[in-house]
Design a protein around this ligand. Structure first.
Ligand SMILES: NC(=O)c1ccc[n+]([C@@H]2O[C@H](COP(=O)([O-])OP(=O)(O)OC[C@H]3O[C@@H](n4cnc5c(N)ncnc54)[C@H](O)[C@@H]3O)[C@@H](O)[C@H]2O)c1
Ligand SMILES: [Zn+2]
Length: 339
């Protein structure tokens, strides 16, 4: 898949990462300790910085350490950074690459299903601030994305399902055929359909980001289906107990119910997604959070404006639209229904 952007284009390929990483002149690897323990061999002869695994590494401190590490190793302006890991490493290393000496090349090597179908494509990179997630960042397209499906062999099942949630999302908002395929058989590691499905999702994301690279027109916001509530759940539960994809699974079901109440989404959409996502081993009920606090958190969503709640809602299977100004009473009613 070739992704075009403002300054050029990059390709997303499925390939053996160990081979693909060999032919750079000067490169540095940023990864995390888990990935390093399984996939040290991918890093080849390049210097490696393995940060602690987990969202905590998308911090100013870790970002600073990576920059100092590059500078200390005399990395030049023409070096390449390899980001080998999940979305945390991709976002962190991508932001390091975006800013080191005003920008060096980054090659994304996603090793989680979520990073393969979502975070490694689109050029958004960044870190978290104490105040909130992803508050500092940049648009820095990779110069290549290398998907090595072999790496999924060591990914814990819960993390696999976490990424599968985003594939269900692509099915719901962009391609009902994916939805039907997943309903017939939920996705598993080693699934024959995985290579084709991953590349298909990459291509779907490509279409969206190419038409709204800087998230301005609202087109890119359709990728936020399930995410208004998901972000609120993640925030209220303190980022950790509920994984992002799990929160998105819950969010999709409840936001489908909201769409139904507004007469916008197909009747039965919430039940349909509920059943499917559950078969994928994903949660579909809101964990104990106070509804009022969830509502408060949703007002902080970047799509909300002037305190009015905004959601990307299903218009039909394979079609989604950003709706600003969804009545709070409807949201509250649906939240209560799925507690
Ligand atoms: N930039 C974007 O467009 C975008 C989009 C979606 C999500 N994100 C970001 O992505 C992050 C979440 O990404 P994630 O779900 O990949 O989490 P992650 O990077 O934390 O990876 C999940 C866990 O799996 C481990 N792991 C990774 N690859 C492995 C492998 N092959 N074998 C064994 N263990 C492995 C990691 O060490 C970690 O413990 C969030 O910070 C989110 O904000 C960014
Ligand atoms: Zn997501």
């Amino acid at each position: 898949v070739i992704v075009r952007h403002r300054f050029g284009e990059y390709e997303v390929v499925c390939s053996d990462a160990a081979i693909a990483l060999g032919d750079e002149r000067e490169a540095f690897v940023i990864t995390d300790e888990n990935v390093m323990s399984h996939w040290r061999s991918l890093c080849g002869r390049w210097p490696v910085r393995a940060v602690k695994a987990g969202e905590g590494s998308k911090s100013i401190d870790t970002y600073n350490e990576c920059l100092e590490w590059l500078a200390g190793n005399r990395a030049s302006r023409s070096c390449t950074i390899f980001a080998i890991g999940g979305g945390v490493v991709g976002d962190l290393a991508g932001f390091v690459a975006a800013t080191y000496m005003r920008g060096v090349r980054v090659i994304q090597v996603p090793t989680t299903l979520l990073a393969m179908v979502d975070s490694s494509v689109g050029g958004k990179v960044g870190i978290d601030l104490k105040t909130g997630k992803n508050l500092a960042g940049a648009f820095h397209p990779p110069s290549r994305v290398i998907i090595d499906l072999q790496t999924l062999s060591t990914l814990p099942r819960r993390e696999f399902n976490n990424g599968a949630a985003e594939i269900w999302k692509y099915g719901a908002i962009l391609d009902p055929l994916i939805l039907e395929q997943l309903e017939a058989n939920p996705l598993g590691p080693g699934d024959d359909r995985l290579p084709a499905m991953v590349m298909h999702c990459v291509d779907l994301k490509r279409q969206i980001v190419e038409s709204d690279e800087y998230e301005r027109s609202g087109t890119r916001a359709v990728l936020n289906f399930g995410h208004t509530l998901a972000h609120a759940i993640e925030r209220q539960t303190g980022y950790g107990p509920v994984l992002h994809g799990e929160a998105v699974a819950i969010g999709m079901v409840v936001e489908a119910a909201i769409g139904e109440k507004l007469g916008m989404s197909p009747m039965g959409a919430a039940t349909r997604l509920d059943k499917g996502l559950e078969s994928q081993g994903l949660p579909t009920r809101i964990p104990t959070c106070a509804p009022g606090e969830l509502l408060e958190a949703m007002r902080l969503d970047k799509k909300a404006s002037q305190g009015r709640l905004a959601f990307a809602l299903l218009q039909g299977y394979g079609s989604c639209k950003l709706v600003a100004d969804v009545p709070e009473s409807v949201v509250l009613e649906c939240v209560r229904e799925y507690l």
